[in-house]
Design a protein around this ligand. Structure first.
Ligand SMILES: Cc1cc2nc3c(=O)[nH]c(=O)nc-3n(C[C@H](O)[C@H](O)[C@H](O)COP(=O)(O)O)c2cc1C
Length: 418
């Protein structure tokens, strides 16, 4: 009989889950509503810890951003952002709200994890990361997926937390080498990761590859990692991610030893996804040639996005006094340098255009950088066209069930909406 994802279960501690993980998508793209659906349906959903004070302001009418901006307003014209710091108490409050409210709303047998990006260095990498991790654990999160970085010291930051051995910790890697570094660095903690997400080159968001990403292949990397774990006698669940578009794609990984799959792109066009509806239509409409991997992210990692993203080429003044999530430990960000270079060249211009870098905080906050997975151009084949020419949004449940029960690479279209 043809296998379906539903023939498999992910065992994580005492939990038996539908082996579908919806990946973290910042900033608030993998919104609480989406994560909650995954958990209700028996899988795992992620919220994201990207720009949580900003997200909290939008969701819960807090005033974290205004407060920070007020404090540092004197500095907005300065090139030197080293003084602009996050108030750690406020950061913990914001995280507690975001995570706490989500966990209170949780129903069903699934789990809610938070995606925690090391590259959000926030002008004080260790301190802010410790606060974000601690506050999420305090607020009852089920698991933490460490992403966008090697996280060589992240677990040690919370080793004394009472939930250190109870919260599920996972790491996202894009190579065996990155996994080996993580395992070696954390060996003394006597705390292996509870799962390993192996993210290949077709994923959305930042990539763990160079601009030669197209030369890599998810199946090969997953196999290397399986072999290594087997050799070492380590039974850690492996969760491939990146370009898994149908239930059958997922089954191909599950029947060769992977424990679950992490998916995201298919869920970007659901009602529960945090993107504005107009942006969801852009994703539906896109063709393969409309998507690129570029280096505009100040993090230095390649990032995949629609070429028509309004944030590309924009030359806005850096908003670090309000945001500042990508400031490194010395208050620098590659966008500030790029912006100041253009400002020096065109001191009298009304507007500037900065092409090589983007103010990612501002543009992700405003949904103006349309990061997406490689197969975004296939989303139009997952739904119906409405009489006005737009595409019918899906529900998270439809997409989740399609992954869970479909066979032979078939995608069940939703019933036509009137
Ligand atoms: C819109 C979008 C935003 C993303 N943002 C993040 C992120 O903030 N952090 C992260 O670790 N991964 C991020 N990802 C990667 C996903 O979590 C996931 O691993 C990957 O996209 C899975 O591949 P798929 O999109 O082909 O299913 C993002 C993906 C998309 C599509």
């Amino acid at each position: 009989m043809t296998q379906r994802v539903d023939d498999y279960r992910l065992k994580l501690g005492k939990h038996e889950l539908v082996p579908i993980v919806i990946g973290g998508m910042g900033v608030d793209i993998s919104a609480a509503e989406l994560a909650l659906e995954a958990a209700r349906l028996g899988g795992i959903g992620h919220i994201s810890d990207a720009m949580v004070p900003t997200v909290s302001d939008r969701r819960f009418k807090t005033g974290f951003v205004a407060e920070k901006l007020k404090k540092y307003k004197y500095n907005v014209a300065s090139h030197d952002k080293s003084a602009v710091q996050f108030d750690l108490v406020r950061l913990a409050e914001a995280t507690a709200l975001h995570v706490g409210r989500t966990m209170e709303a949780k129903k069903g047998d699934g789990l809610i994890f938070i995606n925690c990006m090391e590259k959000l260095t926030m002008n004080a990498p260790r301190e802010t990361l410790r606060v974000r991790l601690t506050a999420a654990m305090d607020a009852g999160i089920d698991g933490i997926t460490l992403s966008a970085g090697l996280h060589l010291g992240s677990l040690a930051l919370v080793q004394d937390h009472p939930r250190f051995r109870d919260v599920h910790f996972g790491i996202i890697v894009s190579s065996l080498r990155a996994l080996l570094l993580f395992l070696r660095k954390n060996a003394r903690l006597n705390r292996l990761p509870d799962y390993i997400v192996v993210e290949g080159p077709l994923a959305g968001g930042h990539l763990g590859f160079g601009m030669d990403w197209a030369q890599y292949d998810l199946k090969t990397i997953v196999n290397e990692i399986h072999q290594h774990l087997k050799q070492e006698g380590l039974a850690i669940p492996v969760i491939p991610a990146g370009g898994i578009f149908t239930g059958t794609d997922a089954v191909e990984f599950l029947e060769t030893g992977s424990a679950a799959v992490q998916v995201a792109t298919r869920f970007t066009v659901t009602k529960e996804c945090g993107l504005p509806d107009e942006v969801k239509q852009e994703y539906f409409k896109s063709r393969e040639q409309d998507i690129e991997v570029n280096l505009v992210s100040p993090t230095g990692y390649p990032m995949r996005m629609l070429k028509s993203s309004p944030g590309l080429g924009a030359g806005i003044r850096p908003n670090c006094e309000a945001y500042g999530y990508l400031l490194d430990g010395s208050g620098n960000c590659a966008y500030i340098d790029a912006y100041n270079r253009e400002l020096d060249k065109h001191p009298d211009a009304d507007t500037l255009s900065v092409k090589d870098k983007t103010c990612l905080c501002t543009h992700m906050r405003n949904f103006d950088i349309w990061t997406c997975g490689h197969y975004t151009y296939r989303l139009k084949d997952t739904t119906r066209r409405l009489p006005d020419g737009s595409y019918q949004l899906l529900t998270a449940e439809q997409v989740f069930r399609d992954f869970q029960f479909s066979t032979e690479h078939k995608i069940a279209l939703p019933e036509q909406q009137n």
